[in-house]
Design a protein around this ligand. Structure first.
Ligand code: NAD
Length: 342
C-alpha cells in the first residue's frame, strides 16, 4: 500500500500529537517535523524517529551547535512530502502558505488561522466530502470541533433550528507557563457572538448559532453548555442513545464519579493513552434533557487532542485515498484505540 508522505511544520502541542497519530496509521508516514529551537521537544522528535528540520538556515546551525542532528530546512522537508500539516502558532500558518504554494504541496492549517487561509474548513463528521482533493484545508479549532461533533449528530437525526451555547474556556494548556488568568474570569472574546459560532458556520453554513465565551483559571479542558432548538421531536433517551452511538463522543455520568473535568482527565490517564489524551468529546449523561423542543446538554473538550483524529481524516480526504467519511473515521479511530469501534 502506498504510504502518504506527511510532514509536520511546528512540533508543539498539536504538532507532536498529530505526528504520533500519523505514525499509528497504516496508510501514511512522517517524513519530517520542523522545530525552531533545540528544545526538549526537538530531542523528543529525534528519539521518536522523526527526521528533524529547522525552520530556516540560521536555526539549522543553532541545532547543530546544540548537538542535534538536523536534516535540513523547511523547504528540504517539503520536497519529501505529499502534504504538510501546519501546526505553527495561530496566525503563522498564513505566513507559511506562500512556501507551500511555491512547492505545490498540499497543506492543512489549524484553527488558529482565519478561515480564508484555506479553500475550506474541515470537520470529519460535518463536511468531510467538501475537502476531497482540495489543496488547502483548515481543521477547525478545538472548541469548534467539539460543537460540530455533537451538533452534526443532532442535525442529521432531528434537525437543528437554533443553537445557543456558552463556552467556558481553559486558560493556557498544561505545558504553558506564560499565560492564562490566575484569579479571574475573563469574557473572551468580550463580544457576542464569540468567534466560535461563525466558525461552526464554516462547517454548517445555514446553522442558526450564537455563542459567548469566558476564560477561567484551569488548564485541563473546555466546557460547553449547549441549548439546541430541535426541528423534529426527540426524547431525552433518544438523544442519549444518539450520543452513545456517535463516533468520538462519549457519555460520562456524574453519578459514576465524573463530577468535573478533573475526573474526566483522571479517566483519560487511566485509559493509558499517550499524554493522557482524550480525543473524544465527553457529554454528561445527566445534563441531557429535552424540554418541549429544547435540548440541553453540557460537554467537555480536551483541547490538546480532539482535533488530532480530524487531521488524520483530513489528510485522507485531501489526498482522495478514502472518500467515505465513515470509512476514514473508523480506520483512524481503530488505529488510535478509540474504544467505540472495538
Ligand atoms: P504551540 O505553541 O504549542 O506549538 C507551536 C509550535 O510551532 C512550537 O513548537 C513552536 O516552537 C513552533 N513554531 C513557532 N514558530 C514556528 C515557525 N515559524 N516555523 C515552524 N515552527 C514554529 O501551539 P499549538 O497549541 O500546538 O497550536 C498550533 C495551532 O493549533 C494553532 O493554530 C492553534 O490555534 C491550533 N490549536 C491549538 C489547540 C490547543 O489547545 N493547543 C487546539 C486546537 C487547535
Amino acid at each position: 500500500m502506498y504510504m502518504i508522505a506527511v510532514a509536520v511544520n511546528g512540533f508543539g502541542t498539536i504538532g507532536k500529537r498529530v505526528a504520533d497519530a500519523v505514525s499509528m496509521q497504516d496508510d501514511m508516514k512522517i517524513v519530517g517535523v520542523v522545530k525552531t529551537r533545540p528544545t526538549f521537544e526537538a530531542r523528543m522528535a529525534i528519539a521518536c524517529g522523526y527526521p528533524l528540520y529547522a525552520n530556516n538556515a540560521e536555526n539549522m546551525q543553532v541545532f547543530r551547535d546544540a548537538g542535534l542532528k538536523v536534516e535540513g530546512v523547511l523547504e528540504d522537508m517539503i520536497k519529501k512530502a505529499d502534504i504538510v500539516i501546519d501546526c505553527t502558532p495561530g496566525k503563522f500558518g498564513v505566513l507559511n502558505k506562500p512556501v507551500y504554494e511555491s512547492h505545490k504541496v498540499k497543506a492543512i492549517f489549524q484553527g488558529g488561522e482565519k478561515s480564508g487561509t484555506a479553500d475550506v474548513s474541515f470537520n470529519a463528521q460535518g463536511n468531510y466530502s467538501e475537502s476531497i482533493g482540495k489543496d488547502y484545508v483548515r481543521v477547525v479549532s478545538c472548541n469548534t470541533t467539539g460543537l460540530c461533533r455533537t451538533l452534526s449528530a443532532v442535525e442529521k437525526k432531528f434537525g437543528v433550528a437554533k443553537v445557543r451555547a456558552t463556552l467556558i474556556r481553559r486558560g493556557p494548556d498544561p505545558g504553558n507557563s506564560k499565560k492564562g488568568p490566575v484569579n479571574a474570569i475573563v469574557p473572551n472574546p468580550p463580544t457576542v457572538p464569540s468567534h466560535h459560532g461563525p466558525d461552526v458556520n464554516t462547517i454548517f453554513p445555514n446553522m442558526n448559532i450564537m455563542t459567548s465565551a469566558v476564560i477561567v483559571p484551569t488548564t485541563l479542558m473546555h466546557l460547553h453548555t449547549v441549548i439546541v432548538e430541535l426541528k423534529d421531536h426527540a426524547t431525552t433517551e433518544e438523544i442519549k442513545e444518539l450520543f452513545k452511538n456517535t463516533p468520538r463522543v462519549i457519555l460520562v455520568k456524574a453519578g459514576e464519579g465524573f463530577t468535573s473535568t478533573a475526573e474526566i482527565m483522571e479517566y483519560a490517564r487511566d485509559t493509558g493513552r499517550k499524554r493522557s489524551d482524550l480525543n473524544e468529546i465527553a457529554v454528561w449523561d445527566e445534563s441531557i434533557n429535552v424540554i418541549g423542543k429544547e435540548l440541553f446538554y453540557t460537554q467537555a473538550v480536551h483541547q490538546e487532542s480532539d482535533v488530532v483524529p480530524e487531521n488524520i481524516d483530513c489528510i485522507r480526504a485531501m489526498m482522495g485515498t478514502i472518500t467515505d467519511p465513515k470509512e476514514s473515521i473508523m480506520k483512524t479511530d481503530k488505529a488510535l484505540g478509540l474504544k467505540k469501534w472495538w
